[in-house]
Ligand binder design. Structure first.
Ligand SMILES: *Cc1c(COP(=O)(O)O)cnc(C)c1O
Length: 366
């Protein structure tokens, strides 16, 4: 065995030994057993989303999470459509850039990274632009760890009859989301985040009636979510083109382990406890979070440097030597770094981490 670090990152993250072991078998993409694996995954994801299989569907798509976001933008938006994208971080900004690059009609509402969006302002933009047909937002903005509330977002969509796109990449499976109750049209996530699989594909929980209207919208063949859906439905679990078979098998095992843990609610509670523990003990030794408590997600936290001469690269190396991989910050003007607390982690791991951080600070102060 090679050295197994604890990845305190928002994915790829630390997976269990058993999830990794399920990648030891080679599988065929056209074989019934493999196709059944895909079908089981699709059904399980609908259960996690609390979405009715009569009205919702799951489409799996090769690539990292961004490929799936792009496939949704490609497919959901026709030439006549107009999407409003709310952004308070790098992933919201990436969605805006994608929509622009692929020549979709887009209006951006960009807000400060440390704040949740002002939904009155969002509503005013919708009122000023009657051509808007779709509205998109990131749920947990992994850039900072801020959690954007879904309810005011879906309420605007309901009021103005807009189709909703939610990037729940870093929250789905780790925070309960009632997709059907919220009437979300497209919810996007990926294999290597809160479900605790390995990277290689993402998925969309989509309202069937909405997806059914998107035939011919995509100007990309490989990223056409409608075509992908049709093949998966008609061929009962067959992916278009080669699928990441080992990753799919690992993901299937990760879903079994999520269920064994007690489902999303139990996982949410574990993540929340880990996050609270981390923030409490780090704040005691001088690390202040960037996001205020009320808006902080239980997934990942941005911490400010504890003192001006703090050398993150040195800190990173020292923590790596004792088995922990931390995550650099993604803020332009504020020196910061991030600690993710999702994956196969327990309080004991964070206890060890904090002990090592204390030791580091003492040595630095000498
Ligand atoms: C991880 C993530 C993505 C996708 O990133 P990839 O590197 O393409 O997997 C998109 N949005 C959010 C909020 C994420 O956390």
């Amino acid at each position: 065995m090679t050295k197994q670090y604890k990845l305190l990152t928002p994915g790829p993250l630390t997976t269990t030994q058993t999830v990794k072991e399920h990648m030891l078998e080679d599988r065929c993409t056209w074989d019934d057993a493999y196709k059944n694996l895909t079908q089981t995954i699709r059904q399980n994801l609908l259960e996690i989303a609390e979405a009715n299989p009569e009205t919702y569907t799951t489409v799996l798509q090769q690539g990292s999470g961004s490929f799936v976001v792009e496939s949704v933008l490609q497919t959901a938006l026709s030439e006549k459509d107009h999407v409003l994208i709310i952004s308070n971080g790098a992933y919201g900004n990436r969605m805006i850039e994608m929509a622009q690059r692929i020549n979709k009609r887009v209006t951006a509402v960009k807000v400060d990274f440390e704040n949740i969006p002002d939904f009155q302002q969002v509503e005013a933009v919708v009122q000023d632009n009657p051509s808007i047909t779709h509205i998109a937002m990131v749920h947990c903005e992994t850039t900072t760890g801020i959690l954007n509330p879904l309810l005011p977002f879906t309420e605007i969509a309901e009021k103005y009859n807009l189709i909703t796109i939610v990037d729940a990449m870093s929250s789905f499976g780790g925070i309960p989301i009632h997709v059907e109750e919220l009437n979300i049209d497209y919810l996007i996530s990926s294999a290597n985040k809160c479900i605790q699989g390995v990277p290689g594909f993402g998925f969309v929980i989509a309202k069937q009636a909405t997806l059914n209207n998107t035939k011919g919208n995509a100007q990309s063949l490989a990223l056409d979510l409608y075509d992908q859906w049709q093949t998966m439905e008609q061929d009962k679990g067959k992916w278009r083109y080669t699928s990441p078979t080992h990753v799919v098998a690992a993901f299937h095992q990760a879903l079994i382990e999520l269920d064994k843990e007690g489902g999303v609610e139990a996982r949410y509670n574990r993540y929340r406890e880990l996050n609270e523990y981390l923030r409490k003990h780090l704040s005691e030794i001088g690390f202040e979070p960037y996001i205020e408590d009320a808006n902080q997600s239980p997934i990942i936290t941005t911490f400010l440097y504890p003192y001006e001469t703090f050398d993150f690269n040195d800190f990173y190396q020292k923590m790596k030597e004792v088995g922990f991989i931390l995550y650099p910050g993604k803020l332009m003007d504020t020196p910061s770094f991030r600690i993710g607390n999702i994956g196969d982690l327990e309080i004991e791991d964070l206890y060890n981490l904090i002990g090592n951080i204390r030791k580091y600070l003492l040595e630095e102060a000498e």
